[in-house]
Design a protein around this ligand. Structure first.
Ligand SMILES: Nc1nc2c(ncn2[C@@H]2O[C@H](COP(=O)(O)OP(=O)(O)OP(=O)(O)O)[C@@H](O)[C@H]2O)c(=O)[nH]1
Ligand SMILES: [Mg+2]
Length: 557
């Protein structure tokens, strides 16, 4: 024990891997305890930690890993059973961004044998096999010949140069997507959707990966080995964001972040972020902030050190890093009490808005104008269809339609006209997505409930992208959850201009829908007819109900 403690007093010449004396000490000790013994050395040649463990078990100080630098330590340790650097040694080198890792082989009588040393290679060498370079082994008495200082300097210059060009040309966060495939038939489609979400949030997707896992690891989901691989990829592709296609628990996110040193975001956070970017108007802003806070609360409270990162991105809707954007004035850097205060404030505000809206709704009922609610998966073309329907060519009446997910968050109503019916109100609303995060469903409850005020639903389906049927099912499931599944519904198979004709035919058959192109103004007359039929069906049913009620009343008179 004492001998181990003495190692702390050792110093070596700065810029060297070690000294022959230190190598001898370590080999001797290692021979005595029959275990690996290692020291972590800083750039001034001081021993800052001693451990009896293999490289992975070495105790590291709280390493401040700036993304542009190495950690400033190198690890010198023994291999009591001999042998070159192990996989574990090398991955520790990589993950801890060590200046170098060296292994001293221990001979029979505790004599130091060959010393093996490896250091990192510059980033961006994709295609090259390894993240590190292994130097030819040298005998322990030559351990101080290699100029580690010069090597480190060259490497750091290289890294800094890469970082400078990156800052110069990068206006998007570079992201790696990970979708876990547990054998679902639509895993690939989910990955596509994740890529669309990432793009909408402003990320540049530099790599996407479907990871097949029948069983998930509780801590890291995909396992340490896969995380290592992803970290290596991120290093070479200059990515700093890892986006997971499934929701991560607070502890999972932290563990994965600790293991990779990357910023970790899950699908829910990504969706919340897009909502935050697109939120306009008092109500949606409140709703989004409420959903974000609810989601972040357990994560912020357990986060400790990670908190500063979450809060640091700047909270304005326009700027800031992905996952940190918020519509409210408040950034997400709140403590527990303030979170709770803010949550109840938002809830109260939203109640007020909902009430005012309720009053507006009553006003509309008195008008007795039929209402058609446009629903559907996000990006299906709902807003484009509303524009086409209401001939809202002129700017002020036009609603925003763009190739982004969740472009529309706020319900918008426009007056339209149906032959044989007269004026109708068409309402465009927030799009759906499979596995809609429940914090969002809750926050947008009143918006979603407004759908139920309609007389008829117009379900818009994007028939041009693959997986139209799974998206249609996802929408139906959400409608069912909301209790709207038995409302009269007309299905519009939109983007018919871009759809594969056979797939379109199949969907027409399956749904009894109508093929339209909102963009090219095709099929709209037929769609209007179907809507008029549905509306008059509702009106007839309503008349019959009133009739019946009158008859019933007459009986009791
Ligand atoms: N090819 C083609 N593209 C269309 C058609 N209708 C809409 N789009 C495109 O699809 C994209 C999404 O349209 P939006 O109207 O914003 O879709 P949305 O359903 O309102 O989407 P969110 O509000 O984001 O949920 C836009 O880029 C439109 O130009 C169509 O009939 N054909
Ligand atoms: Mg829209």
């Amino acid at each position: 024990m004492k001998a181990l403690g003495n190692l702390y007093r050792r110093r070596i010449e700065p810029g060297r891997v070690g000294s022959p004396e230190l190598a001898r000490n370590l080999a001797e000790l290692s021979n005595d305890v029959r275990r690996e013994v290692g020291v972590l050395i800083d750039r001034r040649g001081r021993v800052i930690s001693v451990s009896v463990a293999d490289a992975k078990g070495t105790e590291f100080p709280d390493l401040r890993m700036g993304e542009n630098r190495l950690s400033g330590f190198h690890l010198l340790h023994t291999h009591p059973r001999g042998g070159a650097l192990s996989k574990g040694d090398l991955s520790t080198l990589f993950l801890k961004r060590l200046d170098a890792v060296s292994a001293i082989e221990v001979r029979n009588e505790g004599q130091p044998g060959l010393v093996h040393t490896a250091h990192l290679t510059p980033p961006g060498t994709v295609g090259e096999e390894e993240d590190w370079r292994i130097l030819p082994p040298v005998p322990a008495f030559q351990i101080d010949e290699f100029d580690l200082g010069a090597q480190v300097q060259a490497l750091e210059e290289e890294i800094a140069r890469a970082a400078r060009t990156r800052v110069a040309k990068k206006d998007h966060e570079r992201a790696i997507l990970v979708q876990i495939d547990q054998g679902e038939f639509d895993a690939e489609e989910r990955l596509d959707e994740l890529a669309e979400l990432a793009r909408t949030a402003g990320a540049e997707v530099v790599h996407r990966e479907l990871v097949f896992r029948r069983n998930l690891k509780p801590g890291t989901l995909v396992g340490a080995g896969k995380l290592e691989e992803l970290t290596s990829r991120a290093y070479h592709l200059d990515a700093d964001l890892l986006i997971f296609g499934q929701e991560l628990g607070a502890a999972q996110a932290r563990e994965i972040e600790a293991a990779t040193g990357l910023k970790i975001i899950d699908r829910t956070q990504l969706i919340l972020d897009i909502f935050a970017l697109h939120a306009q108007g008092v109500e949606s802003r409140l709703q989004v902030e409420l959903a974000q806070l609810r989601y972040m609360k357990p994560r912020l409270l357990g986060a400790g050190a990670a908190l500063s990162r979450i809060g640091g991105g700047g909270g304005s809707a326009g700027g800031g890093a992905i996952g940190t954007r918020g519509p409210g004035e408040t950034k997400l850097e709140l403590d527990r009490r303030r979170i709770n205060d803010r949550l109840s404030f938002l809830e109260k505000q939203l109640e007020g808005v909902a009430q005012r809206r309720e009053e507006r709704r009553k006003g509309r009922e008195r008008n007795a104008v039929p209402v058609i609610s446009i629903v559907g998966y996000t990006n299906a073309g709902k807003s484009t269809l509303l524009n086409a329907f209401t001939h809202a060519a002129e700017e002020p009446r036009r609603v925003l339609a763009e190739n982004k997910l969740f472009a529309t968050l706020r319900p918008t109503s426009r007056q339209g006209y149906l032959e044989g019916i007269g004026p109708v109100v068409l309402t465009d609303t927030v799009g759906f997505i499979r596995d809609l995060p429940k914090d969002l469903t809750r926050a947008f409850r009143s918006t979603l409930e407004e759908i139920g005020d309609a007389d008829v639903l117009l379900h818009v389906v994007d028939a041009a992208s693959p997986g139209a049927d799974t998206r249609l099912d996802a929408v139906n499931r959400i409608l069912e959850d909301l209790g709207f599944r038995d409302m009269p519904t007309v299905v519009a198979l939109n983007k018919a201009d871009a759809a594969n004709p056979e797939a379109l035919d199949r969907e027409l058959e399956r749904t009894g829908g109508i093929a339209v192109s909102a963009l090219k103004n095709r099929g709209l007359a037929e769609l209007k007819e179907a809507l008029a039929d549905a509306v008059s069906g509702v009106q007839r049913a309503e008349l019959a109900r009133q009739e019946e009620a009158r008859a019933l009343a007459a009986q009791y008179q």
